[in-house]
Design a protein around this ligand. Structure first.
Ligand code: 5CA
Length: 439
């Protein structure tokens, strides 16, 4: 992509109502534009990052055996009347009428719709387990939308739903999602802590939130320090094997969010030097709720004994659009965003310091083409602007590498390579610079 033809509307100052650093940087770097309270237009850079996060989530869900579908954003109120949640959900639900005067709603989650799909086709225990997920926009008419995409009204969620014959099998599905979530956050360069959580309006009796640490986070967490250090299991696990030990190793360490916190247990179970109290951002939430939806909605399967029984369900959410803000909270400095390579909108910026000078243009073009062939998604900064202004905007938008081509270097046969995260600079021949970026 050539920057002179691109759309990257950066701002010098963030609007005064942007309170937290990720919101300020998302507006300044031109990732999103607010169209209404909690409703955003995704601009090219923001969309690229959103799609990369979405793809990582998708790959890890597929690896853990979940199957992708796409559910509608608009749902029939009648389905929610079947589950009994239509009246309970309250003002957060955006209710709509169509031309036939039928009650619709913009889905805040999809337990009802997926249960409807499931019950239409699956009738036997032989077809279980199943885990179906989708990555789709949701709407919750939050009382206080704030912090940009962190608490939006319209937001992108990955929501998965598991269907099992009994509680023991459902526990296995829950464990698969528990570990897949740790792998997702690790690939995004984030340290996520699984904490015991309150199931809230989703219901059920087993639930974990996944929290990444950030001072501006809305959740308070109390956890055993070892849990923070333990990290993700990695992709090479036998997803069909016994995952209970890996989950138990983590779940037995104390970790709770504010509403579930028990100070007496915290002090009894965690040695003083390991007690960690911090603020964080909830980037995922998983639930086991048994027959809560399958019973009223009659999602029954025939068991080995020939009897029909409601399936045991769970649901598993990841805040995909919230994660864009979450990654920025975890990775930025005074100059702007520092994207982890895995989600960066472009892998490298080729900075032409003298557009119009034939020899400089030629080297910049050569670098740009080579990086494109290497699959590094280069952005060619061919803007006719001061070097200082170029560096400031590239630092702000957080591209991991800057490969700088100027007249002096070209005369000497070198370019300069800067790593955004560390500020480290090296002067070297173009070929060597390309090798470093290629990794
Ligand atoms: N049905 C379940 C799981 S699929 C569910 O809806 N869970 S949830 O309410 O906890 O939402 C899942 C995730 O979506 C949360 O962990 C959070 O990361 C994200 N999320 C929830 N509300 C918002 C919001 N208003 N703005 C941005 N992200 C949100």
């Amino acid at each position: 992509m050539r920057l002179s033809r691109y759309f990257m509307p950066t701002l010098r100052d963030a609007p005064a109502d942007a309170q937290i650093v990720s919101h300020q940087l998302m507006l300044r770097a031109g990732l999103v534009r607010q169209e209404a309270a909690g409703i955003y237009a995704w601009l090219p850079l923001g969309l690229k990052v959103l799609k990369k996060i979405e793809q990582i989530v998708r790959e890890e869900m597929n690896r853990a055996g979940a199957i992708e579908v796409l559910l509608p954003t608009l749902q029939l109120a009648d389905l929610w009347r079947e589950s009994g949640r239509y009246d309970d959900y309250g003002d957060e639900m955006l209710r709509i009428k169509d031309r036939h005067d039928r009650d619709l709603l913009y889905g805040p989650t999809a337990e009802e719709v997926i249960t409807e799909v499931f019950r239409a086709y699956v009738k036997s225990y032989k077809d279980l387990p199943k885990n179906l997920y989708n990555i789709q926009w949701k709407f919750r008419d939050e009382r206080r939308p704030r912090f940009g995409v962190m608490r939006g009204r319209e937001f992108l969620m990955k929501d998965a739903y598991s269907f099992d014959i009994d509680e023991a099998e459902a526990r296995k599905s829950y464990n698969r999602m528990f570990l897949a979530y740790l792998n997702i956050y690790a690939r995004l360069g984030l340290k996520a802590i699984p904490v015991k959580a309150d199931p809230g309006p989703i219901g059920g009796d087993l639930s974990h939130e996944f929290i990444i640490l950030a001072d501006t986070g809305e959740s308070e967490v109390f956890a055993h320090g070892d849990l923070v250090e333990m990290g993700a299991p990695g992709p090479d696990i036998d997803w069909d094997g016994d995952l209970e030990p890996m989950v138990a190793q983590r779940a037995r360490l104390y970790a709770a969010s504010d509403e579930m916190h028990d100070p007496a247990r915290f002090e009894a179970e965690v040695p003083a030097e390991k007690r960690m109290t911090a603020r964080g951002i909830e980037v995922g939430h998983i639930f086991y709720f048994g027959e809560k939806y399958s019973k009223p909605m009659k999602a029954l399967v025939t068991g080995p004994d020939g009897k029909d029984a409601p399936i045991h369900g769970g649901s598993y959410g990841v805040g995909v659009s919230r994660l864009v803000g979450g990654v920025i909270e975890a990775s930025h400095d005074e100059a702007g965003i520092i994207w982890p390579d895995a989600v960066a909108p472009f892998g490298v910026a080729v900075v032409n310091l003298r557009p119009g000078a034939a020899d400089v243009d030629a080297v910049a073009e050569q670098a740009y083409k080579a990086l494109e062939l290497l699959g590094k998604e280069p952005l060619l900064d061919d803007r006719d602007d001061r070097p200082g202004a170029k560096f400031a905007s590239l630092d702000l938008v957080g591209i991991p590498w800057q490969l700088i081509v100027g007249p002096k270097g070209v005369a000497e046969g070198t370019v300069e390579l800067k790593r955004r995260a560390t500020g480290e600079r090296q002067v070297l021949p173009l070929d060597a610079a390309l090798k470093v970026v290629a990794g």
